[in-house]
Design a protein around this ligand. Sequence first.
Ligand code: ADP
Length: 370
Amino acid sequence: MRPSILTVNAGSSSLRFAIYEAGEEPRLCSSGKVDRIDPNGFAGATDALQDWLGRQPSARSIVAVGHRVVHGMKRSEPERVTARLLKDLRRIRAYDPDHLPNEITLIETLLRHYPEWMPVACFDTAFHHAMPSAARLLPLPRRYIDKGIVRYGFHGLSYSYLMEELRRLDPRAANGRLILAHLGNGASIAAVHRGKPMDTSMSFTSAAGLVMGTRAGDIDPGLLRFFMRTGGMSVERFDEMITRKSGLLGLSGTTADVRDLLAKENHDPHAAEALEVFCYQARKWIGSFAAVLGGIDTLVFTAGIGENAPEIRRRICQGLGFLGIELDQRRNTRNAAVISRNESRVTVRVIRTNEEIVIARYVSRMLRKG
Ligand code: ADP
């Protein structure tokens, strides 16, 4: 049996895992998922992972485990987990209380039970680390910037996958002016030029940017003071409101799920408004990143909504003809790989993202290097 790699991806309410045979191009052996994890029940999910591992014949050949880690601060590359890295991650727990504590728990649990597996951390922030300073700096007092309070950006493993796919599909396009739209429950958008990250919508935390399933995205910072002073709202409740009760869920009052919203928008005006705001904001971000890039050559949609919701893609792209974006509605409806018209100046693509294989490739490479 060839050595294999376990990949683990701990979200705020889900845990995804897979086993890959290591190699130049890692081969998927098996995968699994625990969904709808209660915020206080993450330990149960790690138990489920261990049960699953016990049933996988390929688990016996695991030699390394690649963890998706949301925040890596200034790190630009995946890193072998050391005591020092773990200490750093514990120190920045508060940067992302929805993801980091779960990810740290998972790293520690697997280290305890499988000390012979080499643990590797693959950071979602790494993709963006070379952003120009104008995009990276938040206009705060200098002392906070010196402490690392800057724009980091997220969904980096997904963006890395899109870049690798583009390089394979169309190397010239991969080197051009790109806008990558990762539209899932969490949503962000990134601008890339000549393969380099130029800007992204998420910031110091993943709460920023686009309207999301339950996150508000960018809002007026003055709202914090307003809610605290007039409604006596605590910081915890404010945070809960803007990260778990806003976005599509907040606006519709019923659901964060785009499928459900599309099904009921005709008889539910709030559902219709939620989708309208989502598409409007996405279009606005694409326009602003086109300005950042001085035009756009390729637009890529990915993740749950980006890959599967032609109607949302159509509405986002509507009115972007002035940038050279013209969809072919038949291709769009089929979720084809290229959904723009042949005459469209901008090539619009749908790419199914795969964060797991990106992790497996990184770890494979580290194994090869020894
Ligand atoms: P996460 O950020 O949790 O990984 P996903 O990438 O799975 O999220 O995206 C979830 C979103 O994708 C949900 O809003 C869901 O409604 C939407 N979605 C998935 N499939 C479809 C579909 N066929 N049509 C419209 N929306 C879809």
